[in-house]
Design a binder for this molecule. Structure first.
Ligand code: SAH
Ligand code: SF4
Ligand code: F3S
Length: 506
């Protein structure tokens, strides 16, 4: 939908040059000009070499290595994309800095799932404007889901002329080429394509953690939940081949990774459209049989597609963590129908029953939207009672946000703001009541903790048990990346304080 205007303007040249108000060239890449997006990874490596010559020239000018920062605003998918952006910048000879005020290259990887995600980016852009005024030579780039919306790109071009590089989710794989253009052309570069032509295989990746990693198994979404912008900004579902995924997992394993998070908007529909059919359960089994991968997680699971085969695989393979994020969105069948979710309240509860029968100790977490158009007090009470019936370990709660272009945005009966806020507070209280007690159920047990970081409090480290709960315990930073048996002494709300049974790790 977003780039319909572009498609209609098919008589335009493939790559047009316009002049904007500050007389910098803007090249808008039409969808039919997606030929270059099919460029092979080797070509992108050529661009990385070119970018590193440009970075060397910059280093000579600055008298130090140029540095970059990539700021992530979105979900795990975006976080993984950011690791690819970091990998390209690092391999091009830029050094990473946490402080965006000092960075020679600042990239914002944006999210547009709710209005407040957009506002967050606009707020930070104001700050960047101040930096750019003092240091005009710095390169400011915007990418990610917001950039797949034409109205947003138009607004940025008009109101934030200091942004030097704009690209979307579908041409992330071309970031090396775009970086070279932005570094060398001294004019604003805007390249957005409407749909993905290739997937980003083999871009260098700079992982946030050495011992755990996300792995994309698919891109895009075909579900079109009526409130959701993701299918419009991430495009149609494409699954990577099992061979590409397994090769990546083995490479990560060789690199010291012990925990894998398989990523997709709806992992349960993995495999559709592959030449050789494969299911998500089949893929999960193949990944769990790779030795050296101790923990496998995945997200997100759409309840309508969660098969018995998957529940069986989760129960069968010890590496699969006993945690499932299973967004319910609402406890009312009527609202679920209007949301286009394709399951009823009863279907969801029955599914939870089947999962708990096979994996009794599993931690279930969820997403809930409050104030969807047409939600009555009765509908809302059904959400509250579903929370009580299921017993979630935690829930992400969201106030419904109108996204332009989605079917729900055009629905007549939008819920008044004060009603939504009042329900939101009641929802939070309900989630908290049950979840705290549920999280405490492991108290006194000894469980494996994968240590993730040194705690801010000296002498403590922080990690997670397989169920995903956070544990702090006395230990040194040498334990980071190790799996340590820890006795869970005390539960404080949603985390534990524990004591290591052994400190040499396993
Ligand atoms: N693919 C995932 C979710 C991606 S978005 C899934 O289907 O579970 C993450 C969460 O954001 C959704 O589960 C939903 O609860 C919330 N969300 C999406 N669009 C929203 C909107 N317009 N308003 C409020 N919350 C929204
Ligand atoms: Fe959005 Fe629904 Fe797709 Fe999740 S499954 S990304 S909520 S459309
Ligand atoms: Fe946001 Fe895009 Fe993820 S809209 S939630 S970053 S897929």
């Amino acid at each position: 939908m977003n780039f319909k205007q572009d498609n209609d303007a098919s008589a335009l040249e493939n790559s047009q040059n316009h002049k904007n108000r500050d007389n910098r060239d803007i090249s808008i890449k039409q969808n039919k000009d997606a030929d270059k997006s099919g460029e092979s990874a080797e070509n992108q490596y050529g661009y990385i070499l070119e970018a590193s010559s440009l970075a060397d020239a910059l280093a000579r000018k600055l008298g130090r290595r140029p540095c970059f920062t990539v700021v992530n605003f979105g979900c795990q998918m975006n976080a993984r994309d950011s690791e690819k952006l970091r990998g390209v910048l690092r391999d091009s000879g830029f050094e990473e800095t946490e402080n965006e005020d000092d960075a020679d290259v600042v990239i914002y990887n944006t999210c547009t799932v709710r209005e407040n995600a957009d506002e967050h980016v606009y707020g930070r852009l104001g700050h960047l404007n101040g930096i750019k005024e003092k240091h005009p030579e710095r390169l400011i780039g915007l990418c990610g889901c917001m950039m797949q919306e034409r109205r947003i790109v138009e607004k940025i071009k008009k109101s934030y002329p200091f942004v030097d590089l704009i690209f979307g989710t579908h041409n992330l794989g071309e970031f090396p080429r775009l970086l070279v253009r932005a570094l060398s052309e001294k004019k604003r570069v805007v390249e957005i394509i409407e749909s993905k032509k290739t997937v980003e295989e083999n871009l260098p990746v700079e992982r946030k953690y050495s011992f755990k990693s996300g792995v994309n198994i698919m891109y895009g979404c075909n579900n079109f939940c009526s409130y959701c912008i993701v299918p419009y900004v991430r495009g149609r579902e494409i699954s990577r081949t099992p061979e590409a995924i397994l090769a990546e997992v083995m490479k990560l394993r060789d690199d010291g990774v012990r925990e894998i998070m398989l990523l997709g908007q709806n992992v349960n529909s993995y495999g559709k459209g592959l030449e050789v059919p494969e299911t998500f359960a089949g893929l999960l089994g193949r990944i769990c049989r790779i030795s050296g991968i101790d923990r496998v997680r995945f997200m997100t699971s759409h309840p309508k597609d969660l098969s018995q085969e998957l529940i069986d695989a989760m129960a069968e393979y010890p590496a699969v963590c006993p945690h499932l994020h299973l967004p319910v969105q609402s406890g009312s069948t009527e609202i679920l129908k209007r949301m286009n979710r394709h399951y009823t309240r009863e279907d969801y509860l029955a599914l939870v029953g089947r999962i708990r029968e096979k994996i009794p100790d599993i931690s279930l977490t969820t997403d809930i939207i409050v104030g969807f158009p047409g939600e009555t007090e009765e509908d809302f009470k059904e959400t509250l009672s579903l929370i009580r019936e299921v017993g979630f370990d935690s829930a992400f709660t969201f106030i419904y946000s109108k996204r332009t272009g989605t079917p729900a945005a055009a629905m007549a009966d939008q819920v008044p703001e004060e009603v939504v806020h009042e329900r939101f507070d009641r929802l939070l209280a309900e989630v908290k009541k049950d979840a705290e007690a549920r999280c405490a159920r492991f108290k006194g047990r000894t469980m494996d903790v994968l240590v993730e970081e040194a705690n801010k409090q000296p002498g403590l480290v922080t990690g997670r048990i397989p169920n995903n709960l956070v544990v702090h315990f006395p230990g040194s930073k040498e334990l980071i990346g190790k799996i340590v048996p820890v006795r869970l002494d005390e539960c404080r709300g949603f985390y534990y304080i524990g004591t290591a049974e052994e400190t040499d790790g396993v």
